[in-house]
Design a protein around this ligand. Structure first.
Ligand code: SF4
Length: 424
């Protein structure tokens, strides 16, 4: 961690700084591993302000380009956070790649992550290595019987837990996460969302428990009743109830009282949000193609018969490797792909195997491998059609996104030989 970083410049952890230090949330984490009964991530209205809402989802490279433009216009930004719109650690490749890129390009920024912590424990050592200084963990219940009313399911790898079992698994991960973060010197805020009639009687117990784990501060937040969720008709807790609960919880932990319940693409000072103003920059960033490494002589292609780009990244057992030759193109060789399975390691091995390629043309690719390959300089380009058309565009520097199909989540091909849990 950079010792010159002033940890007090986080406006949420330090109330004194919220009038002059700002934060930006980079929306790079679309997937979630937990079904909270109050959450609906389908809405992206620019006028709606609550966690889980964003106008766009960015890739790590797009996010860092967007960050640089925003910071040039709003130099009071001192914290870069990842807070969704899903959970950062349900999107570990995108999250860690983004944090790494921000640390390289903007070393003066504090790094912050807001999470349910279900997927955090295996990644604990990565965070201090990347210079993450602050983490927020949402803990709404420390009794699985209470948590069962708040979480419909929790997904851990390929296993889905439901009811009290989901809440118990989540609670244990949260304990491991908070104690592990504190053991690594990271500041931890716990958010507790108050749902009247469900956990309002339980907030002091949450405060007592997370204080025992070592948390630094508690943010008792009111539920935002949201259409399309099981808790849509539960009334928002009033200011009097929140005041009482915070006073009770303060016996165990300092309280945050200035939370603005920010969107996953929030920008600016807490009291002067500029996300609406910067929404056009966010949209432009979401459409920006990743930079291609023109020093790499080759382009890889996923193809069945050698004429069309028609294989998903995960189903290709080998890749054709092409070079430019005169006015045309030369097939250099057919290179085997790493065997299916192995999660992210499979894509890291593929990136190594295609280390001389600036791009790989595919008919589809999941978000996890996209992030890994792009960071390694092998940009996956989704397209349909003749190989020659794709090669011609990529080698002549034409914007390759013109070949990108409309993406609707993972577009795995029917013959994908992945491990059944998606490309990530
Ligand atoms: S939601 Fe609350 S804690 Fe999170 S960034 Fe906004 S003000 Fe800070």
């Amino acid at each position: 961690m950079n010792p010159a970083l002033d940890l007090n410049r986080h406006p949420c952890f330090h109330a004194e700084s919220h009038g002059h230090c700002g934060r930006i949330h980079l929306p790079v984490a679309p997937r979630c591993n937990l079904k909270c009964a109050y959450c609906n991530r389908r809405y992206n209205c620019v006028n709606e302000s609550r966690p889980g809402v964003t106008s766009a989802v960015l890739s790590p490279h797009q996010a860092v380009g967007y960050l640089e433009r925003v910071v040039a216009a709003e130099p009071r930004i001192s914290v870069v956070g990842i807070a969704g719109p899903g959970d950062p650690f349900a999107n570990p490749d995108e999250t860690l790649t983004t944090l790494r890129l921000v640390r390289e390009r903007c070393p003066e920024m504090l790094l912050c992550v807001a999470t349910n912590a279900l997927g955090l424990p295996p990644l604990l050592d990565e965070l201090p290595a990347l210079g993450v200084t602050h983490v927020t963990v949402t803990v709404n219940a420390v009794d699985p019987a209470v948590g069962a009313s708040l979480y419909a399911w929790a997904r851990d790898g390929k296993v889905i837990y439901r009811g009290p079992e989901a809440a118990a698994v989540l609670l244990e991960r949260q304990r491991l996460a908070v104690t592990g973060l504190k053991a690594r010197g990271i500041l931890v805020k716990v958010n507790c969302i108050v749902v009247p009639g469900v956990n309002d009687h339980h907030v002091a117990e949450v405060a007592r428990t997370v204080a025992g784990w070592g948390a630094d501060v508690l943010n008792v937040m009111g539920l935002v009743p949201t259409a399309g969720t099981p808790l849509a008709d539960v009334p928002e807790p009033g200011p009097e109830l929140l005041r009482e609960l915070r006073a009770e919880a303060e016996r165990f932990l300092p309280q945050m009282r200035h939370c603005r319940r920010c969107r996953a693409d929030a920008v600016g000072l807490l009291g002067e949000d500029r996300s609406g103003e910067f929404a056009p920059l966010l949209q432009e960033a979401a459409e920006a193609p990743p930079p291609l490494r023109t020093d790499r002589p080759h382009v890889a292609v996923a193809t069945r018969e050698g004429m069309l780009v028609n294989q998903h990244l995960g189903e290709a057992r080998s890749f054709q490797v092409w070079a430019r030759k005169g006015a045309g193109f030369l097939l250099v060789e057919e290179r085997p792909a790493p065997p299916p399975g192995g999660g992210p390691d499979r894509w890291r091995r593929l990136a190594e195997g295609l280390g001389d390629c600036r791009a790989v043309l595919v008919s589809g690719v999941g978000e996890g491998p996209r992030a890994i390959l792009t960071e390694a300089g092998v940009v996956p380009i989704e397209m349909d059609g003749f190989i020659e058309l794709g090669l011609s565009a990529v080698f002549s520097g034409v914007d390759p996104t013109r070949f990108r199909r409309r993406r609707a989540g993972c577009s795995r091909g029917p013959g994908c030989g992945g491990d059944g849990s998606g490309c990530g």
